[in-house]
Design a protein around this ligand. Sequence first.
Ligand code: GDG
Length: 472
Amino acid sequence: MAKTIIVSNRLPVKISQEKDEFTYKPSEGGLATGLGSIYKQGDNIWIGWPGLPVSKTEHRQEITENLKKESMRPVFLTANEIEDFYEGFSNETLWPNFHYFNQYIVFDNGLWKAYQKVNRKFAKEIAEVLEPDDTIWVHDYQLLLLPEMLREFAPKASIGFFLHIPFPSYESFRLLPWRRELLNGMLGADFLAFHTYDDMRHFLSSVNRLAGLGNSNGQINVDNRKVMVDALPMGIDYDKYAQAAASPETLAREVRYRTSVGEQRLILSIDRLDYSKGIPQRLKAFEIFLDENPEYREKVSLLMVVVPSRDQVGKYKELKEEVDLLVGRINGKYARLNWTPIHYFYRSFPLHALSAFYRMADVALVTPMRDGMNLVCKEFIASKLDQKGVLILSEMAGASKELSDAILINPNDLHELVDAIKRALTMPEKEQIAHMSVMQDSLKRYNIHHWVNIFMERLNFIKTEQKALETQ
Ligand code: GDG
């Protein structure tokens, strides 16, 4: 029977090691939940890096056996590969370039070689299990070369690709010395999807300029093979967040947290530590807000969760220091014995704590400089069971294309941000409910399951079209 192979850099599992003992926890990420309905069926399988370096052969065997029971297959990476392929080319070359932080790009041919090598390693691992009628769904910027590599040994395979981060405009993408190879790698897929129409347009424009290929309604002819490109915004597991918000565990946490923070109003900010998320800008805007609106001091706090991420990468270390300094400065300036302006947490929380934060927040401040989609703002909306609360959202997040009922801001305009905070805190409840219900309706409908189904449907569609052409 034909199977579906999901491929991503990381497997949907968190493995921790204590001496020679390994413990396995399923990861809670949106992608894992959404694709859970697929990869656990029949012979389907998820292939990816298990998230830790494992050098001993017996450990590798043990992990492989245990993951097999959960329909997963590991691709082991050496410490050098993690450094050069993952931290290096993926996160110091592609990530800044695709998010328009071009001054941060590391141009290094050694990192590029590691990227090619690891993509090849993934291809080989897939080759071990691939059969002619299988479908392969490749995810994200760490594996841009993989579709073409798979095509080499499986010319008829059905290959889909989804990019979770923005695809940059040609003017940004062309800066990369390896732009043609990267593009050709992606064009090995039959169906490529992006979060937004703009990402898709940027991709098509690069295909046109670098590969000289035009398109007709998002279809490109690559070596007599039809490749389809589309915008497919990713949704969340709406019911999971709505149910978590109604659960006794979340409610109990909310009561506890409320006792600690008192009756003041809360503005919520949650992200991985990443320069693309606009964390310093958000802190500066909150500082100006307190400065210009003294009546809000002691009445409103910023609850800021920053989840540690990529802490081996230089720019992330610098950012951590900047955020620490800003929080210290603002708290030092405005704190009172009975009031802390910013409750700052540099760690991650379990789902029910997150859910209690979403419930308690009067305002969610989601202001990335660039974001492929941003799921935090969608989770906030799904958690608002009483429909009260206001979302301030950056125009630069893919989610802003769907959530036009949020207060949309340009994160580079700190004064617009300050005004938005004030507007959010004074918005009448009736207006809050009106906006929230529109956004909830749309997110309920375009949820993660819908996203997965449409992706598979489109991939099947283009494959059927290709076959029809071949038999003509
Ligand atoms: C990439 C793209 C795109 C956060 N803190 C905790 C926690 N989280 C969870 C959130 C959310 C996820 O992490 C973050 O997702 P985002 O979409 O906001 O951002 P990225 O990690 O940058 O994801 C992004 C996404 O891929 C999907 O395509 O939207 O644009 O950059 O689900 O809830 N989860 C837990 N504790 C925390 O403290 N349990």
